[in-house]
Structures are given as C-alpha cells and as structure tokens.
Write a protein that binds this ligand. Structure first.
Ligand code: NAP
Length: 288
C-alpha cells in the first residue's frame, strides 16, 4: 500500500482563498482592514523566515500587518511596554509574539500580557481554558491545522485511537485536547506520549491516527506502525540543509493509508489558521 498524500499546501491555499473573500466582505460592511502585529525579538534566522511568511500571507488576502523587529538586547520591560501599546491600539486586531524569545525574557510573562481578545496564537490561559472547555474563542493554529488536515483526508477520527507524540503547549497538549472534544473531527480516544513514556513503540503501534510533534528527525519508522494508520507529521527538522519531519516519510508511506509530507503538510496550515484567527479577532473588535 502506498499512502495517499495529504496535501497541506493545496488545502491551505484553498482556505486562504476563501479567507480573502471573507476579508473583502468584512471590509465592505465595516470599513475595517484586519491587522496582525507581529513582534520579533533578535535575529534567529528561522523566526525571521516565519515572520516574513506570515507578513506575506496577510498581504495576499488583503489583511494589514506590521512587524516590530526588536534587537536581541531588548529588555522584558521594553517588550511588555510594546505589547501594552499593541493591546491598546484599536487598529491592531491580532498580536503575535514570535517564539523563541531571548533567554533573558520570561516567555510566559510576555505571552500572558497579550490581551486575550487579540491572542491569535491562542496561548493565553483564558483562551486555552475556553478551548479545553469546548467553547473556543480562538483555536491554536498548528493543532487546528492538524484537525483540518484530518477532516480533509477523510480519516475517521470519531472513536479512533489517536496517539500524539509530544506534550508541548504549542502542539502536543492542545491537539490532544481538541481531538478529545465532543464534536466533528474529534471524539477520539487520545494517548499523549512524551520523553518519559514507557513502551512508546507499543503505544504507537496501536494508533489509528498518529500525530508526531517531537522535533526528532525521522524518529517514527515503519516497524512502529499499524498498517493503514493515518500519519500527521508536525515535525520540522533541518538535516544537512534538507527539511525532514519526525516521521521517516519514504518507509512510512508504504504502510500508512494517508500521510502529510514535510514540507508542504502542516506548515502551510499553521499560517492559514493564523489568518483565520486574525479575521476572527477583527470581527470580535467590530462587535465590541
Ligand atoms: N509545522 C508547524 O507549523 C509547526 C509548528 C510548531 C512546531 N513544529 C515542529 O514540531 C516539532 C515539535 O515542536 P514543539 O514546539 O511541540 O517541540 P517541543 O516544545 O520541543 O516539545 C517536544 C515534545 O516532544 C517530546 N519528546 C522529545 N523527544 C522525545 C522522544 N524521544 N520520545 C518521546 N517524546 C519525545 C518532549 O517530551 P518532554 O515533554 O518529556 O520533554 C516534548 O513534549 C518541532 O520539530 C517543531 O519545529 C511545527
């Protein structure tokens, strides 16, 4: 069996096209142009690429964006001050603080300072709480991207055993929480694995759907999987100037029924979901 490819690039392009229409309609009825403010501290090359991609994605669908590029030496107080200004700016609807932040800045303090109404990454505890309770204001971008890919792939999530590799606040934990909810493309039985999990290979082999988000190049090999499994590979790892996922793609595609490629799988979906959240934030602002 050779797995069907779940084409995140094409699915994300379709979502962006639909969003462009919604942005135009929203503008027509409210005269508001949704705007994302991105904050980038330091010169991490990967972060610079991510922020540039987000900026370009906004422009392509008719949204405004500002990137605040700050030096590595920025203090926590200066960064808190900028976030405060963006919180208060009525022309800014979504605020994104690109991670990682320099070591001398306490990440949680900064993320908690973003007003929940503009928290388009869905990192604020109020928004995480709402999501866990099944009444989301925003959905976290990468996990939401994963869920939409599952929906588009036609995978049966309802009642399936989903194994999530990784328990980060950004991917592992929230994606598990979303798939265990009552609702569409959810109702799964979810197992979360991490670096202290015993019998990881055995658990992974029982997965109907595997979501890999550990940041270890080609960690998941075909011998670890049940034939017919659906594989969503969130990992992005640079190996000798090549991007690879957390899953050994060539081998695993011979045993899985569907699989996302890296690149071109989850990555483009994350940005599409960020745009969606920014439009939601603009709608919230317009209604208040
Ligand atoms: N495509 C996208 O848009 C997108 C978005 C975000 C992240 N990513 C990628 O996804 C990957 C994960 O990102 P992240 O932010 O979630 O990473 P992270 O914060 O480093 O978390 C990694 C998780 O994997 C677990 N882990 C590490 N090694 C393991 C092992 N050998 N066996 C089992 N579990 C292990 C860790 O366990 P412990 O908690 O026990 O340490 C941790 O929970 C990275 O490659 C990242 O670049 C992609």
């Amino acid at each position: 069996m050779t797995a069907r490819l779940i084409d995140g690039k094409a699915i994300a392009a379709r979502i962006r096209e639909q969003l462009a229409g919604e942005v135009a309609e929203f503008h027509q009825s409210t005269q508001i142009v949704p705007k994302l403010a991105a904050v980038l501290v330091g010169a991490d090359p990967a972060s610079q690429v991510y922020v540039r991609n987000k900026e370009q994605a906004c422009a392509k669908i008719g949204m405004a964006s500002d990137v605040h590029r700050l030096p590595e030496s920025t203090t926590q107080a200066e960064l808190l001050d900028l976030v405060g200004q963006l919180n208060a700016d009525p022309l800014v609807h979504g605020i994104l603080v690109q991670l990682p932040l320099p070591k001398h800045i306490h990440e949680t303090t900064i993320l908690d300072s973003v007003t929940p109404l503009k928290d388009v990454d869905c990192f604020h505890p109020e928004n995480v709480g709402l999501m866990v309770q099944g009444r989301p204001r925003f959905l976290p971008c990468t996990p939401h991207g994963v869920q939409v890919l599952l929906a588009e792939s036609g995978a049966e999530v309802d009642g399936a055993h989903v194994v999530v590799l990784g328990r980060s606040e950004i991917v592992g934990k929230p994606v598990a929480m979303m798939l265990v909810q009552k609702g569409e493309t959810a109702n799964a039985t979810v197992t979360i694995c991490h670096s202290r999990t015993k019998n990881l290979a055995e658990i992974v082999r029982s997965a109907d759907i595997l979501i890999a988000a550990i940041g270890k190049a080609e960690f998941v090999t075909p011998d670890m999987l049940k034939p017919g499994v659906v594989v969503i590979d969130v990992g992005i790892n640079r190996v000798n100037d090549r991007l690879v996922g957390d899953v050994q793609f060539e081998g695993v595609r011979e045993i899985a029924s569907a699989i996302t490629p890296v690149p071109g799988g989850v990555g483009p979906m994350t940005i599409a979901m960020l745009l969606k959240n920014t439009l939601t934030a603009a709608r919230i602002a317009a209604a208040n």
